[in-house]
Design a protein around this ligand. Sequence first.
Ligand code: ZN
Ligand code: ZN
Length: 356
Amino acid sequence: MDFSKSKALSIRIWGIITCFQGKYLPAHPKPLQDELLSSWLVRIAEANAVKLHTMSRMLFGFNYSPWIRDIGRHGPDIVINKIAEVTGTPVSRVRETTLHGYVGWVLRHMRISGQTHWILPVKSKSADRIGYGVQYCPQCLMEDEKPYYRRAWRIAFYAFCPKHGTMLRDSCPECGASIVFHRRDFNRDIDQAREIYQCAKCEADLRDVPPEKPIIYDQRVYGLYSALLNDFHMGCRKKFNLSYFEVLHQLCKIIVSTSNKNQLHEYLCSKIGIVPKVFELSKGGSIEELRIDLRYYIVSLGLWLLVFPKRRLKSAWKAKAVRYNLFLRDFRHPPKWFADMVWEFNRLNTCRKCNK
Ligand SMILES: [Zn+2]
Ligand SMILES: [Zn+2]
């Protein structure tokens, strides 16, 4: 029998098996703590000893491939409802495996296209990825009984693991390729599939990398950053809530913005006592486009301002490191304290001009 016939037959047999098993798949593992939808789908296919594409065709039809898009971000109903049905998992729990769970906590809206605040872009190219939008903690993967990828690893400020205190990675330590764990059985037989923790390009074990401690630019900033990631990891939204993340995003946006001519960036480095790092962004580019080390650096600079927000923001404005109008540019829902502070700068600015 030639290969295409045997492949078609295996798809048909698998379909018949699933039909006769009732509405659940023969093996239907549940999502693990904070597991990303794509990671869970890969594990479901693996548990049923079926190729990911075969399972996708059986469940979602021949005309729909979840793997040419970022399903963690889009959370399509066709996938959510079907997976809930065949694994006996409540729809609400399946939806939690997507990044939509961060709406109202870390970001206000999930955009259909374009950049969404704090969500790392994967940059799909067919079923491949050219962006570095999937990060991982080598030690978490190493300690997992069943290795899997977390939702939190798709968030731009999540640069180090609060559990292990070490930097996440956003590429293969061997060949530098993006992390594309869903390609583990692409173009190969199921018994030749790689493990979820292996690089899809060079097959290196992604966990096999020395732990790297984050650079401490400033002790207070590092303390605040650690508290933020700890609370985020625990799901605590008391201090680090939507307002907080929106202000932090706005400050990071000004730091990387070309319209501020790098002034805030240089001011912050001079205050902390470090040499400014050089980076390039596309026009209108955002912090989410940066690789992990630079993102960690920019978020650290933003957090330096938020250690004593009112005092430090005012000092930065007085030092002419930032114009007051940039604080509110394209910021639709600033928290009251932030908007009041900017209006105060505006008032002081007007008084300054009047006294001249
Ligand atoms: Zn970890
Ligand atoms: Zn590699």
